[in-house]
Design a protein around this ligand. Sequence first.
Ligand SMILES: [Zn+2]
Length: 79
Amino acid sequence: MTVTLNDLLAENLNIFCWCNKCSHNKVIKTEQIIKKLGPNYPVPLVGRHLKCKKCNNTRDITTRPNWPTHGGQITRHTT
Ligand SMILES: [Zn+2]
């Protein structure tokens, strides 16, 4: 099952973007991307529409939900 932008909005999560070329990373607000791509857009494909501000890379950007990392106690279904 693919995670869509709407899923992130429901979970109150933003999108973590990572440039594989220069390791530049950024968190983008889910609402902002939904305005552009619509709520049913798959999160892993969002990177195709992004451009790295540091190295101008457009082809190799990874996007994933910005899971909270603090605390380390996350209970969540991952399947
Ligand atoms: Zn970059």
